[in-house]
Design a protein around this ligand. Structure first.
Ligand code: C5P
Length: 208
């Protein structure tokens, strides 16, 4: 049963909570591709690298042993013995990650790690259904208005909702090239739905 379910969508569209819920209901792991882009960004910032320069960043990443652990309760990212996960949602990482994700070399580095994982799993990100797993059995794309997404984020972080909304719009703009619904993906506006309703709609789609 080597099923792959892809759940793509823009920043703060609810992808990780939804993917976690769908994966638990199906009894399989989920894989958060954004965490690998975030880890690349965090490690680049730490090393004082210019995130615009893909070559130096990639050379640095190839020296550190990075590992994505796709646990059902929440993915973790390790460099050796150090758990990086808690540092991956800082505002500095949010602000830099789109630049890092715009480099084809870095995308290839992330894609290789994802394709090395053994299905079944739920893969969550921006281009899971388009580029990384085009042969996936079921594909979904989550959206919501910038305001709805900002309000959800504001409930998680001690930041002003207007500032969050502005930063989300900026990231949407920078992510637009790597973020589009896959052909055949079911597009779900999560704005009017609860988390459980989104999960239920996806589970119905998987069974069809
Ligand atoms: O999903 P999340 O918001 O954590 O992703 C962080 C960033 O990683 C996105 O803003 C995007 O720039 C990049 N990303 C990507 N392709 C993916 C997943 C994430 O470009 N498949």
């Amino acid at each position: 049963w080597g099923v792959i379910v892809t759940i793509d969508g823009n920043a703060a569209s609810g992808k990780s909570s939804v993917s976690g819920g769908v994966a638990r209901a199906l009894g399989i792991p989920y894989v958060s591709s954004g965490l690998l882009y975030r880890a690349a960004t965090r490690l680049g910032l730490e090393a004082g690298l210019d995130l615009e320069r893909a070559e130096a960043l990639l050379a640095h990443l190839q020296k550190v042993p990075l590992r994505l652990e796709p646990l059902a309760g929440g993915n973790r990212v390790w460099t050796g013995e150090r758990d990086l996960t808690g540092e991956l949602h800082q505002s500095a990482v949010d602000a830099g990650v789109s630049v890092v994700a715009s480099h084809p070399e870095i995308r290839a580095w992330v894609d290789a790690q994802l394709r090395a994982l053994t299905p079944p799993f739920v893969a969550e990100g921006r281009d899971m259904g388009t580029n990384v797993f085009p042969h996936a059995q079921a594909k979904f794309y989550l959206t919501a208005s910038p305001r709805v997404r900002a309000e959800r984020r504001a409930a998680e972080r001690p930041e002003d909702v207007d500032a969050i909304e502005a930063a989300l719009k900026e990231r949407d703009h920078r992510d637009r090239l790597q973020s589009a619904p896959a052909p055949g993906a079911r597009v779900i506006d999560t704005g009017p739905l609860t988390l459980d309703e989104v999960i239920a709609e996806i589970l119905r789609g998987v069974e069809e």
